[in-house]
Design a protein around this ligand. Structure first.
Ligand code: 9WN
Length: 409
């Protein structure tokens, strides 16, 4: 039996399609945006140039607008729905028409720090592209203050309860006929529901019919919510990009301004009644009133406070492994249903980076040990039941292997 380190490297190599890495074979047969950023972090532990290739391939599909799409359909594969024929974005290679959490700059900084000399020129080439993506976020998606999403898939935490109030306003009856593929790869009980998918597809149809014009999607689309998770990831990534910009000799005033504006907007997503950061429907101003893992990403952007600390410990102490993706005391909590309860190793890693950087090394270590235990017991799964460690979703997952090599193992 090979060591878990060997297995993790073999998973990443096995999912490598030459310049980009699949999240897992079968279930996700294309390149996904934030999965690739984590893959780069993992590659950097054993093949630093390949880490930079991953980020280059991701940014090569950036749109002229600056947006970096959430999926790049390099090679057609009937195993995933919705594929390029549904999105019809007119890009080459074909891509989806929405984005995903902007963690690439944060991962690029970690990769660069692992080999500063070799990374200098690679980062210098990536810098203007990452800057353009951040500019797109701030100019197109932060017009209300915090970062807004136009589709739950953009959050990376697809069916988390944060989006329930926004989803309720989307008429899924108009989705038209379609056939899901995800439920053929993994236990359908662990996946989003048919009602969720009807609404997801309705939102895709709206974007396609709008020619993916962002002004129209933001102004008139069926869904627009402030995402605490992306707000914190973007804030952290702005600051990471500014650190790298300074090291490369750039003027980073623009980046500093974006980060300040985002930090100043944080009170808009603080729900006093809930005692936590909270998602918000930007059409109505209504709070979601749910505590989820997005709120705890505050630690990544050094935006924690004593009230949030108490919530974190309450939620964490009520399960056995890792941070659950939803509040175990909430009625909707389901420990095996995707983003409505399970613990995700990749999110635990991101949270631990934040906890460590804010000096809470004891909590970061507890989170690492609990995540290590999950992987030692069952392998490199997509997510886990936080009560009894049951492995869920896809196996041999790239980002789970990556965070093993960089952090959990
Ligand atoms: C839709 C690839 C992606 C992750 C997301 C995760 C899941 C896709 C899906 O898989 O989303 O983008 O079809 O369920 O929610 O975070 O990037 O691993």
């Amino acid at each position: 039996m090979s060591s878990l380190d060997d297995q993790a490297r073999a998973i990443i190599r096995g999912n490598d399609r030459g310049g980009y890495t699949l999240p897992t074979r079968g279930l996700y047969p294309y390149q996904w945006n934030w999965d690739s950023a984590f893959a780069a972090w993992g590659f950097a532990t054993f093949d630093n140039p390949r880490a930079w290739d991953e980020l280059d391939t991701l940014m090569a599909s950036q749109w002229d607008t600056g947006m970096v799409p959430h999926i790049i359909f390099h090679t057609p594969d009937p195993g995933y729905f919705p594929g390029p024929e549904i999105w019809r974005t007119g890009q080459t290679p074909p891509t989806s028409g929405i984005t995903q959490p902007p963690v690439a700059a944060t991962m690029a900084r970690l990769v660069w720090e692992m080999d500063p000399e070799a990374g200098h020129d690679r980062m210098a080439a990536l810098y203007p592209k990452l800057l353009a993506w951040h500019r797109w976020w701030h100019e197109v998606r932060c017009t209300h203050g915090p970062a807004a999403i136009t589709h739950p898939w953009e959050s990376g935490r697809d069916n988390c309860p944060d989006w329930d109030i926004g989803m309720a306003g989307v008429n899924g009856a108009d989705a038209g006929p379609y056939e899901r593929r995800d439920t053929g790869h993994v236990d359908p009980e662990m996946r989003p529901t048919k009602e969720d998918y009807d609404r997801y597809i309705t939102m895709v149809n709206f974007g396609r019919n709008a020619g993916w014009d962002q002004a129209q999607v933001v102004a008139d689309g069926p869904f627009l919510m402030a995402d605490p998770g992306i707000t914190f990831m973007l804030l952290r990534a702005d600051e990471d990009l500014a650190v790298m910009g300074r090291a490369l000799g750039h003027d980073v005033t623009e980046l500093e301004g974006w980060a300040k504006a985002l930090r100043d907007a944080l009170p808009l997503i603080w729900n006093e009644e809930l005692g936590a950061y909270d998602a918000r429907d930007l059409r109505t101003g209504q709070f979601a009133n749910v505590l989820g893992s997005g709120a705890f990403l505050a630690y990544l952007a050094d935006a924690g406070n004593p009230t949030l600390d108490a919530q974190l410990m309450r939620v964490w102490d009520s399960v056995s492994y890792g941070i659950p993706s939803a509040d175990p005391e909430a009625a909707i909590f389901n420990p095996r249903k995707y983003w409505r309860g399970p613990t995700w190793p990749v999110l635990n890693a991101l949270l631990a980076v934040g906890l460590r950087d804010s000096g809470r090394t004891d909590l970061a270590e507890r989170l690492r040990a609990e995540t290590e235990s999950l992987i030692r017991q069952h392998g490199f799964y997509e997510y886990f039941d936080p009560n009894d460690a049951t492995p869920c979703g896809g196996a041999d997952f790239t980002w789970t292997a990556a965070i093993w090599l960089t952090w959990a193992g």
